[in-house]
Structures are given as structure tokens and as C-alpha cells.
Design a protein around this ligand. Structure first.
Ligand SMILES: [Zn+2]
Length: 140
């Protein structure tokens, strides 16, 4: 069994064991990325799952990935297409950074936040502690 699979398994067991998840600042659970290559293109087949889980604008998330990879990207149905070959790990890493920069409340680290625009400035409002913070970037 690969090490990462083993860790995943452990995590699953851990999360099954702890039924007092509510209230604790549990780490944000991202869906596993489903990547497919076709020639010199990379398809993120389950792209549509991420905006749902992250509760952010799909267009902004696509722009974010496109900018970080520095390649053009396009949405095709539920999929996203990127020019060039990308590893699933590249996507996972970027989504983790996205969660840190655009979801996590800087005060209490809760990912239960929403973005509110005031005078064209985006703020992060935390649904757990109520803190209001400015966003570091423009992809939310
Ligand atoms: Zn908070």
C-alpha cells in the first residue's frame, strides 16, 4: 500500500472515530482531484466539485488556477481544461493554498466563511466567530 493511501485510510478511521466534529476547528476536507491527460492538455474532471465545497465562484477559482499555473484554462461542462501537463498534486497544493488564502478565518482558522463585497473591496466574514478580514488576493 502506498504511503499516501495508508495516510488516507488512517484519516478516514480517525474521522469515523471522532463524532464530536462539531465545534472543533476540523481541517477543511477537499475532494480528491480527478486528473486526466490528453496530449498536452490536462483535464481536471471533477472541477465542478471544488466551487461547491469551497463555496466560491467557479470562474474565480478557474482564474486562480490559470494564473498560478501561468497557462490558459477553460471550463468544459463540469471539467476544467489546462494547457500543459499538470500533476494531481499540483492541483491539490493550489487548492490547499486557496483554502488558506480565501477560506480560512485568520482569527479562528474556521473555513466556514463567506465573501462580502463593499465598495468593490472583498472581505472575508467568518460564520464561526464573526470576524471580518480583508482578503489577500482577488480570486474570491
Ligand atoms: Zn473566525
Amino acid at each position: 500500500m502506498a504511503k499516501s493511501d495508508y495516510e488516507k485510510l488512517l484519516k478516514r478511521i480517525e474521522s469515523n472515530l471522532s463524532d464530536d466534529k462539531k465545534g472543533s476547528a476540523s481541517r477543511f476536507e477537499l475532494p480528491p482531484v480527478d486528473v486526466m491527460w490528453e496530449g498536452q492538455k490536462t483535464f481536471l474532471r471533477n472541477f465542478a466539485e471544488f466551487p461547491k465545497v469551497l463555496r466560491r465562484d467557479p470562474d474565480k477559482i478557474l482564474q486562480y488556477l490559470s494564473k498560478e499555473f501561468a497557462v490558459p484554462a477553460e471550463r468544459i461542462g463540469d471539467k476544467a481544461m489546462f494547457i500543459g501537463k499538470r500533476d494531481p498534486d499540483d492541483f491539490t497544493r493550489l487548492f490547499q493554498i486557496y483554502v488558506k488564502d480565501y477560506l480560512e478565518c485568520p482569527t479562528c482558522k474556521s473555513p466556514d466563511t463567506k465573501v462580502v463585497k463593499e465598495n468593490r473591496i472583498s472581505f472575508l466574514i467568518c460564520e464561526a466567530c464573526g470576524a471580518k478580514s480583508t482578503l489577500k488576493g482577488k480570486y474570491a
